[in-house]
Structures are given as C-alpha cells and as structure tokens.
Design a protein around this ligand. Structure first.
Ligand code: FAD
Length: 424
C-alpha cells in the first residue's frame, strides 16, 4: 500500500506502512499542474468494508488503480475497538461465515469459534485483523490517504470529482465506493458524513438512529449500578411482545445495558409523530431474573431485610433488597418480581455508546449483488452506510466484509469490462 499523507503521526505511519508517492507513469496518476489525481477506483473510508473492497479490487486490477481516502490518521481504527478489543469478526450463524474465516486465513489470521457462534481471531486481539488488512493493501500497492476527510463529491460526465479536507488535490475517479459507515461511534471517525455525501448524489437515505445501545429508564436504578444478572429480557410495545433475548443484563446508573439489551434496542423505533422526549413511553422492558428456575411463594416465606436468603441466592444483594422493598415483604410478589421486573424506557443512549446505525442508503437503490447504485452508474455503497443493521455477535462486521468485497470485485470487473486488459 502506498500511504499518502500530507501530515500525520508516527503511529499512523507505523499502521499504514512506509510513505510512497504516486507512480507518475501509472494509469492512476497525479497531475500536479492542476492538483487533480486520476484513479480508476476511489474508496471513501478505510474501515472494515472499505479495506476489504480495496483488497478485492486490488487483487483483480492491481492495487495502484485503487485509492482509499480515510478521514482519521490510520485505517481501521474502529476495528480495534470491536468486540471489546477482540474483534468478533463474524458469527457461524451467518450464511457466509466460512468465507470470512477463509478470507482471513488467507491473510494469515487464524480464527476460533466461541459461545453463540461468535468468531474471533485466535489470539483474541483485534489488532491482528486490522494489521492483516493493512498488510494486504500494502502488498497489493493500494494507495491510502489518511487525514483526508471527503467533504464534497461532484459528478463530471461519467467520472466523480472528490474533494477532501487536509489535502489540496481533487480526486477524479471512474468508479466510486462510499464505505464511510454510519454515525455510531463518532470518535472512531463515523459522524454521518456518508449519509450526507450519499444524499448529495441524490440517493435516498433512511433516517439514521443509534442501535445496539443501552436503554435509559424512568425508574431510579442508581443503587443497582454495576450489578450483572443472567436472565431473559423482553421488549413490549403497549401489550405486544416485540422480542426477547436471553443473556447477561447489566444495571447502570441510568438503566440497563448488556448484549441482550443492546439487541432489544434495535427494535425500539420512535413511533411516527413522537419525539425523543416521550417517544419511548409505550415501551416496557420486562426482565425475568429467575429464567428457568422453578420458584414458589413458599420458598420466600422467611425472607426479610435481615435474612435475604433465598432471594439473594437468585440475584445479587442490592437487587434482592430492591425486590423485597418493592414487594413490601409479600413472598408471592417476590416471585412475580423475580420473573417480571419491569422497567419503563425513557430513551436510548446516543451515538457515543451505540455500536451500529439503523437507517442509511435505501436498499432498493442498490443492486444486491454488486452494491452498485442503480441510478448512478459507477457509484457503489457498502457496509454500515447501507440501510442494514444486525444484532450483536459478529453480524455487522460480516455485512461489512461481504458487501465491501462484492463491491470491490464488481468495481474492478466493470473497469475491466469497460477497458479490456489494464496496461501495467
Ligand atoms: C465500539 C464498537 C464495537 C463493535 N463491535 C463489533 C463486533 O465485535 N462485531 C461486529 O460485527 N460489529 C461490531 N461493531 C459494528 C462494526 O464495527 C461496524 O458495523 C463496521 O465496522 C462497519 O464497517 P464499515 O466499513 O461499513 O464502517 P466503519 O468501520 O465505520 O468505517 C468507516 C470508515 O470511514 C471513515 N470515514 C467516515 N467519514 C469519512 C469521510 N468523510 N472521508 C473519509 N473517510 C471517512 C471512518 O473514519 C472509518 O474509518 C462495533 C461497533 C462499535 C462502535
């Protein structure tokens, strides 16, 4: 990979490899006179899907015909944060999980399956995944410009003019892939630019909302902060059960968190006409904190503040105390509360905490095999910028690898179809 940087840190340089200039004799050349850089393929965003696309295209037509523009100071910052730093890169429940494992094996990354089909790099370090992608781009000679946030894109006949902040050149590309993600995790580079750029190219973008995030509740749960309980969480809208999830539930100062709550948050859509202030008032989260345990009111006859057993053998002490208080000492009510501890959502934690974006480029606008924008020839969209989101467990990265790779191959094929064999 030829990392092209006007400025940047040593750390970024380490991550992106040695800095080399464009090959002036190559097809993708820099016209320094007017500050225009021509490239066959330009990819906006060096995240999971952008890097996979660059690799797929680079393998087909040579990396020097591929230019990747990344807003941050190094490619793949978000990958390092995934799976709590371990990168849950796919899930065996995904149709193409085997393909993903094979793809990474080909890059030198062994993987292992853990609970619930989650797949991680064998070493349990996300850096292995990020480094493997960066090394492969480097091997192929893909050009990457970091510190290059794309601010504007214009259509010029059958080409795209791409303007960046931090680098004076204008990029002129035959094919363009928007792989700049959604709005979740803004500190990792994703602040909604993709949606704005897509709209500027007249694509329909479904409203963005944070998903896979924690739920704030009206009840005062501050004293339960830090408690983790295994159980079942069900989401209701009015009297309708929308979904339920089993797993670890974490109490926080403001509400509840944990993977099963994150998954339910995907289903908490603001009803039409409602706003964030009271829009979630018709939802309820009901926790079964004794899921699978047979309990009767007789079991709790002797329970008191001084003797919380057996209540505290089911849930941790502060939660046992809270349940006893709420039950006003009534053993039957204790049983009810253990099986249906009800919380009333006030809202969802926002973009900083969300792992994924709901909404994005309308799927109807895309060809579902190549991820070409049907109405704009030469334009492609991959990854989280599409109106697609999955649950926790490796599904979102799987989507990013898969759509990125398909778009990369399709761009390369379309370049080849248009021009026959590319001159070296
Ligand atoms: C904390 C956290 C943990 C997660 N853990 C997991 C997990 O374990 N498993 C899983 O499957 N999913 C996980 N996800 C979700 C997953 O990381 C994303 O769905 C996936 O990375 C999306 O890939 P992408 O390439 O589409 O976008 P991103 O990975 O977000 O990459 C987009 C890239 O585009 C760049 N960019 C943005 N705007 C511009 C611009 N204007 N110009 C140039 N570049 C731009 C960004 O800096 C970024 O590098 C997690 C997300 C978060 C936030």
């Amino acid at each position: 990979m030829k990392a092209e940087k006007k400025r940047g840190t040593g750390a970024a340089r380490k991550a992106t490899g040695s800095v080399r200039k464009d090959n002036p004799n190559g097809v993708s050349s820099t016209n320094r006179a007017n500050g225009t850089v021509d490239t066959r393929i330009c990819i906006v965003g060096a995240g999971a899907s952008g890097m996979t696309a660059a690799i797929a295209a680079g393998r087909r037509i040579g990396g020097r015909h591929v230019l990747v523009l990344e807003k941050l100071d190094a490619p793949g910052h978000k990958i390092l944060a995934t799976g709590n730093g371990r990168c849950n890169l796919t899930n065996m429940a995904c149709e193409n999980a085997a393909w993903t494992r094979e793809f990474f094996r080909g890059l030198g990354v062994f993987t292992r399956e853990e609970d619930d089909g989650r797949v991680y790099p064998w070493c349990g370090d996300a850096r292995a995944v990020q480094q493997a992608l960066v090394s492969e781009m480097e091997r192929l000679g893909v050009r990457v410009r970091t510190d290059s946030a794309v601010t504007k894109i214009e259509r010029q006949k059958d080409k795209f003019l791409i303007y960046t902040r931090g680098n004076g050149d204008v990029i002129r590309a035959d094919r363009l892939l928007l792989a700049c993600g959604g709005k979740a995790g803004p500190k990792l580079g994703t602040t909604g630019d993709g949606a704005r750029l897509a709209r500027s190219l007249s694509l329909e973008v479904k409203p963005l909302a944070p998903a896979l995030t924690a739920v704030e509740v009206y009840e005062d749960v501050g004293s339960l902060k830090g408690i983790r309980a295994r159980g079942k969480a069900a989401l209701y809208y009015k009297d309708l059960k929308i979904d339920e999830e089993t797993g670890e539930i974490q109490f926080t100062a403001y509400g509840v968190s944990g993977i099963c709550i994150f998954n339910l948050s995907r289903k908490m859509v603001l009803p039409p006409g409602k706003n964030l202030k009271d829009g979630f008032d018709d939802y309820r989260v009901v926790l079964d904190l004794a899921d699978g345990l047979t309990i009767r009111k007789e079991d709790f006859l002797g329970v008191s503040e001084q003797n919380l057993l057996p209540l505290e053998s089911v849930v941790r002490r502060p939660l046992a105390k809270r349940i006893l208080e709420m039950a006003e000492g009534d053993p039957g009510r204790c049983v009810e509360l253990l099986h249906s501890f009800t919380l009333h959502p006030k809202g969802l934690k926002g973009w900083d905490m969300a792992q994924v974006t709901r909404g994005g480029t309308a799927l109807e606008e895309l060809d579902w095999e190549t991820f070409t924008v049907k109405k704009v020839p030469g334009l492609y969209v991959s990854g989280e910028l599409q109106d697609w989101d999955g649950p926790c467990g490796g599904f979102n990265l799987q989507h990013a690898w898969e759509t990125g790779f398909a778009a990369g191959e399709a761009m390369a094929e379309s370049v080849l179809a248009g021009e026959g064999r590319i001159k070296e």
